[in-house]
Design a protein. Structure first.
Length: 366
């Protein structure tokens, strides 16, 4: 009985101990969380925009000879440097006639340059896209033959640039005889230049303002008296500025045909013993029948000297064709069909400076 009583007492003590322990270790936490009305969460979603990588179509070619890289599509543009024969070039586009390629220069840069297409070898079947140019606003014209840009309306004015076939130009005026057009030309005096009208294809010349040699509008009804003159471009007094053409890089290249070009007229200047001492003009004659083409040559000159005109073919001086001197008009000659011929025009050197402005006309008879 005593053992039972002792057991009951021990059980009571253990129960009390367990109950107290549970009360001590269980915390009572009262939390009050009040959210203000503005506490509603707001989300700003930033969309992930797709990233685009521009695909630059580049065509690879290799050079057959050492060439100049120029700032524009023509030998009249500044040389940016040279590339050696065998070097690879990365081509982006070509000019309209396909005679010059726009390349990445220097390599692996964002810069550009132009090289002569005839010295670049491409994989067979490669088609280079045409370099896109912006369309001028207002009266416009299209260049149909490579030509000089001058500071005034005449061949006695300085040459300030060259325009390639297919280039679109903005027309801003014309001389009183409409034989020269003034155009937008950023590097020219006042942002303008002058080109001979015969090589500009346009239907917008009628409404152009008539300008004098200084670029001032001719006052209507004043007998051609110009308005107040501005700073005038000065005609070249010599020596003639060098244009960089040669036998391998003629100033123009013309192919005559029955459906296309039947003649060309070229105006320029040469001087001796200093300045631009020679011009080279290349052409290929045709004939409807037979192996001989019939041509007529004319040469008009101004200045204080005379000219010598030679014809070269396949790198050799041609003999037996006759001669062409200042004042000749419609001189007949015959040349083989389908061959490239190059006119070489030089002033006759004397002790004093000789400066000659000339216009040569070559007409291929049908």
């Amino acid at each position: 009985m005593k053992k039972l009583a002792l057991f009951v007492i021990l059980l009571s003590l253990l129960t009390a101990a367990c109950t107290g322990s549970r009360t001590d270790t269980t915390p009572s936490v009262t939390a009050s969380l009040t959210l203000p009305p503005s506490a509603t969460p707001s989300f700003t979603i930033t969309p992930r925009l797709p990233t685009f990588t521009a695909t630059l179509f580049v065509f690879e070619g290799s050079l057959t000879i050492k060439v100049n890289v120029r700032s524009g599509p023509g030998i009249g543009y500044d040389s940016l440097g040279q590339l050696d024969a065998g070097e690879k070039v990365r081509i982006l586009a070509r000019d309209t006639p396909g005679t010059w390629y726009l390349i990445i220069y220097p390599a692996d840069s964002r810069e550009r340059g132009w090289v002569a297409a005839q010295y670049v070898t491409l994989e067979a079947g490669t088609e280079i896209p045409v370099f896109a140019t912006s369309t001028p606003a207002g009266p416009a014209g299209r260049v149909i033959q490579r030509l000089n840009v001058r500071t005034g309306p005449g061949v006695s004015f300085d040459t300030i640039g060259l325009l390639e076939v297919g280039v679109q130009v903005s027309l801003t005026g014309k001389n009183p005889t409409a034989s020269w057009f003034q155009i937008d030309f950023p590097t020219g005096p006042g942002g303008h230049g002058w080109v001979t009208a015969q090589y500009i294809q346009t239907d917008s010349s009628t409404g152009l303002p008539v300008l004098d040699d200084y670029g001032a509008v001719v006052t209507p009804g004043a007998g051609g008296t110009p308005s107040a003159p501005i700073l005038a471009p000065t005609p070249t007094t010599g020596p003639a500025p060098a244009d960089g053409d040669s036998l391998l890089h003629p100033a123009i290249t013309i192919t005559f045909s029955s459906e296309g070009t039947g003649q060309f007229v070229y105006s320029s200047q040469v001087s001796a013993p200093d300045g631009d001492t020679e011009d080279w003009l290349q052409f290929t004659p045709y004939a409807v029948t037979g192996t001989k083409a019939r041509l007529n040559l004319s040469l008009a000159c101004t200045g204080n000297g005379l000219l010598t005109v030679e014809i070269w073919q396949a790198g050799l001086l041609l003999s037996g064709w006759g001669s062409l001197v200042c004042g000749d008009h419609g001189k007949p000659i015959q040349l083989a069909v389908g061959r490239e011929y190059t006119l070489h025009i030089t002033p006759i050197a004397r002790s004093a400076l000789q400066l000659v402005s000339y216009t040569i006309t070559v007409r291929n008879q049908p």
